[in-house]
Write a protein that binds this ligand. Structure first.
Ligand SMILES: Cc1cc2nc3c(=O)[nH]c(=O)nc-3n(C[C@H](O)[C@H](O)[C@H](O)COP(=O)(O)OP(=O)(O)OC[C@H]3O[C@@H](n4cnc5c(N)ncnc54)[C@H](O)[C@@H]3O)c2cc1C
Length: 387
């Protein structure tokens, strides 16, 4: 069945997220970006609205909505402030989700419930200075102590979103380096913790109000009870988590692209050149047409991936397609938005230069566009019975 209508509940979530985003985020997003300021007070208001655990069941402190609701909420938040979209997506997709799926009761009680309520903030530590796309090559190690009671973690995790502000971390480290990706295990632990140093804030091109840093583990002791799943399950947990995460990034890209498109539409109707609004010029109309078409196509791909996730069927390929198309569309739309604005597109006084910078990250994190193409290709070849 193909149904293009949102349910009443999904409309309610979208409208709630839109109202919040337009009131609490949009008026301040440019200043937060300029000052690289983490929007702590606004994020604190998102917990009680259910925005920090949108699809986490209510039993575990979440809002108990479906993945399409998560997508529409992410789009609204990111359209107003892409940095807040990043903070929200990491908490929902990359930390709540793996603890929900792979955590035991005690881990859910301790870590998931407060994160889903927005009382604590999560981060996800997979990438390292020497490996991002090749996540299976993790150098960070977690050695089991002789008495078997705890692991000792050593190594550096790179580019960790929310790192400087997080209370909880989902960490990936090798418990058996000889086994390469099959030797990686997942953990969930609190921050701060003895032996863990949070690095300096990265100075980024965009999403500047989200915080990003290294996490340096120096003989950090984690009780065995902090391990998620079994030893060696870590790579599988990371990949499964990123499948869901890519839906969130597709939705973030949609939000950024939509904000750039809507700003362009408004500007084109108001700005005059040669005695008429530039919206009457076919050159500008074609840009608007391409933007609108890309957005609709990206939204449909994202909804499809979200619906498949909720049906609990495999959605790896569809999530990669949604993320690939939505992120490249967001960049293309923001690029054309600058063209619609002319000189005004190139300065901070108008929002599209921020959208242009913010859009770019969606082509990089949670798997670059090249990695999405790789995932899609492997799957389509497999579907055709190839190797
Ligand atoms: C702002 C920001 C926030 C981030 N947040 C997090 C986070 O919270 N947690 C986390 O764990 N990580 C995070 N990351 C890391 C991010 O996921 C990686 O940067 C990304 O996966 C790419 O890895 P890399 O930077 O090591 O690039 P590399 O893997 O070194 O890739 C370099 C280039 O080579 C290409 N390439 C690599 N392998 C292949 C291949 N097999 N086929 C074709 N092309 C290939 C890539 O596409 C890219 O173009 C973040 C990054 C940034 C910039």
């Amino acid at each position: 069945m193909v149904d293009f209508e949102l349910s009443e509940e999904q409309v309610m979530v979208r409208d709630m997220a839109r109202a919040f985003a337009q009131r609490e985020l949009a008026p301040f997003a440019a200043a937060w970006d300029r000052e690289s300021r983490f929007p702590a007070a606004a994020v604190a208001k998102m917990g009680p609205l259910g925005l920090m655990g949108v699809f986490v069941p209510t039993d575990w402190g979440g809002a108990g909505f479906d993945t399409v609701s998560y997508v529409v909420a992410m789009e609204e938040i990111s359209a107003a402030c892409a940095s807040t979209g990043t903070i929200m997506s990491v908490n929902n997709s990359l930390t709540c989700d793996p603890v929900l799926k792979f955590g035991d009761q005690a881990q859910k009680q301790r870590f998931l419930a407060p994160m889903a309520q927005g009382k604590t903030l999560g981060c996800f530590a997979l990438s390292e200075p020497g490996n991002g796309s090749d996540a299976g090559a993790a150098k960070c190690t977690a050695r089991l102590s002789e008495d078997g009671s705890h692991y000792v973690v050593n190594g550096t995790k790179n580019w960790i979103t929310n790192g400087p502000d997080a209370d909880t971390c989902v960490l990936f480290a090798s418990t058996n380096p000889d086994l390469k990706n099959k030797g990686i295990s997942a953990f969930v632990h609190e921050l701060p913790i003895e032996g863990l140093t949070v690095g300096a804030h990265e100075r980024k091109l965009g999403i500047k109000a989200s915080s990003t840093s290294q996490l340096v583990y120096d003989n950090v002791k984690l009780p065995v009870s902090r391990r998620l799943g079994q030893e060696g399950d870590g790579f599988k947990i990371a990949m499964s988590t990123l499948d869901g995460g890519r839906i969130g990034i597709a939705a973030q890209a949609l939000g950024i692209g939509r904000a750039a498109y809507e700003a362009s539409l408004k500007y084109a109707l108001e700005r005059e050149a040669f005695g008429q609004p530039i919206s009457r010029l076919q050159a500008i109309q074609f840009k608007l047409a391409d933007m609108a078409t890309r957005l609709d196509a990206a939204r449909l791909l994202t909804f499809r991936a979200a619906i498949l996730k909720d049906r609990k069927v495999r959605f790896t390929k569809e999530a990669a397609m949604a993320k690939l198309y939505a992120s490249e569309s967001a960049s293309a739309i923001a690029n054309q938005a600058i063209q619609v604005f002319g000189g005004n597109g190139y300065v901070e006084d108008f929002p599209v230069e921020r959208h242009f910078r913010d859009a770019r990250i969606t082509e990089i994190y949670e798997g670059t566009s090249e990695i999405q193409r790789l995932v899609i290709a492997v799957n389509v070849i497999k579907e055709l019975g190839g190797a």
